[in-house]
Design a protein around this ligand. Structure first.
Ligand code: PMP
Ligand code: GLN
Length: 378
């Protein structure tokens, strides 16, 4: 068989979760909570199912959910998307990202991704027959380097993919960075794909700079969200994408032949659950407490903490402990210390190594405590 993705193997998240299970390690690798979601949410979904919401919803998603999402975006970010023509429910953010790319990118087009970048972006670009152009975020700080981004834009650039709060580094873009981006893109035809799955995990009083806060950016953007992250249900695989009607029309052409639509009872349940903003408005405080607990514990280890302002990931520098490459260090850490992590090198094209690994702190306090006890042995 001639492979569509010849140099792609199994994702690092699958690999590390399997290794963690094999060695009974505390799995701080793949990003998912080890605690239950709000029972009110599962109850809302069970009720929807029991009430008979079990046939196909509209192709773009159940109307009550699209309306709830449009209302949420309007109240949080001040931009009113039309629920009928500008919001689509997807099978998680992953499908939204791939579908957006397939919708607007032609074979041979260039798509800029900012490294370290989430592992699905580059394969998705390549599935579209396009050319990924990897531009590094600033070393050390992981902030966008606009000179480098500007230099990477050519007449063939069709799309730029951004991600704030950023997986894996936990950086959060500032208002001034968003305005610089807006200025940079203004004279171009470059579209923007903004991966905002961690929009409700922003700490220290910072605010999430959604692209939808910036009308000139929103006019050229797909904005991607995921209920899996926001409501502690990564296994549900339900997300949304928002975009101006003309872009969304193209998105839906692909979506209808990709998944057609997404399961009904979860959409109805989520629509009802979204009527109360408290669960997502409470998320920064909930996760900030976990971040602070985990960071305080790591301070007693030989791992050096990098900044974490958003997401449920904490990146650490292990150069005081080992000079193994990141992937090997993660394997060693899982086998010998009993804690699984993700190598930052997995988010680069060439496996660039900087002696940093990512831990997920979306865990019960007891899980984090056990991991910290083990990490103190380093
Ligand atoms: N983008 C980023 C940055 C992510 O971290 C993830 C999940 N780890 C996704 C997209 C995919 O989200 P979903 O599970 O909703 O497909
Ligand atoms: N997004 C999750 C992470 O970064 C993993 C999702 C997956 O396993 N593909 O850990």
């Amino acid at each position: 068989i001639q492979s569509r993705l010849p140099d792609v193997g199994t994702t690092i998240f699958t690999t590390m979760s399997a290794l963690a299970a094999e060695h009974q390690a505390v799995n701080l690798g793949q990003g998912f909570p080890d605690f239950h979601c709000d029972p009110a949410l599962t109850q809302a979904v069970s009720e929807a199912m029991a009430q008979g919401h079990n046939q196909y919803p509209p192709m773009a998603g159940a109307a009550p959910l699209r309306e709830a999402v449009a209302a949420k975006i309007a109240s949080l970010y001040g931009h009113r998307y039309d629920a009928a023509s500008e919001i689509t429910v997807t099978a998680g953010a992953t499908q939204a990202l791939l579908t957006a790319i397939l919708a607007v990118v032609q074979p041979g087009d260039e798509v800029i991704v900012l490294d370290p970048s989430y592992d699905s972006y580059v394969p998705a670009v390549r599935m579209a027959g396009a050319v990924p152009v990897r531009v590094a975020l600033t070393a050390g700080s992981f902030r966008p380097d606009f000179d480098r981004i500007a230099a990477a834009i050519t007449p063939r650039t069709r799309l730029l993919i951004i991600n704030s709060p950023h997986n894996p580094s936990g950086t959060v873009w500032t208002q001034s960075e968003m305005l610089t981006l807006q200025e940079l893109l203004a004279p171009t035809n470059v579209l923007l794909l903004s991966d905002e799955v961690y929009e409700h995990m922003v700490y220290d009083g910072l605010r999430h700079e959604s692209v939808s806060r910036y009308p000139q950016l929103a006019a050229r953007s797909f904005v991607v969200s995921s209920f899996g992250k926001t409501f502690h249900v990564t296994g549900w695989k339900v997300g949304t994408v928002a975009a101006p009607a003309a872009l969304m029309a193209e998105f839906r052409k692909i979506h209808q032949f990709n998944v057609f639509t997404v399961n009904t009872p979860m959409q109805i349940g989520l629509a009802r659950y979204l009527q109360d903003p408290a669960p997502y408005l409470g998320l920064p405080a909930f996760y900030q407490a976990k971040r602070d607990f985990f960071r305080a514990g790591l301070a007693d280890t030989r791992l050096k903490l990098l900044e974490c302002r958003g997401t449920y990931f904490q990146t650490v520098d292990y150069s005081a402990i080992s000079d193994l490459p990141e992937a090997e260090f993660c394997q060693w850490l899982t086998r010998e210390i009993g804690v699984a992590a993700i190598p930052t090198s997995a988010f680069y094209g060439d496996g660039f190594n900087q002696c940093t690994v990512r831990f997920c702190f979306a865990k019960q306090e007891q899980t984090l405590r056990t991991a910290l006890e083990r990490l103190r042995r380093l």
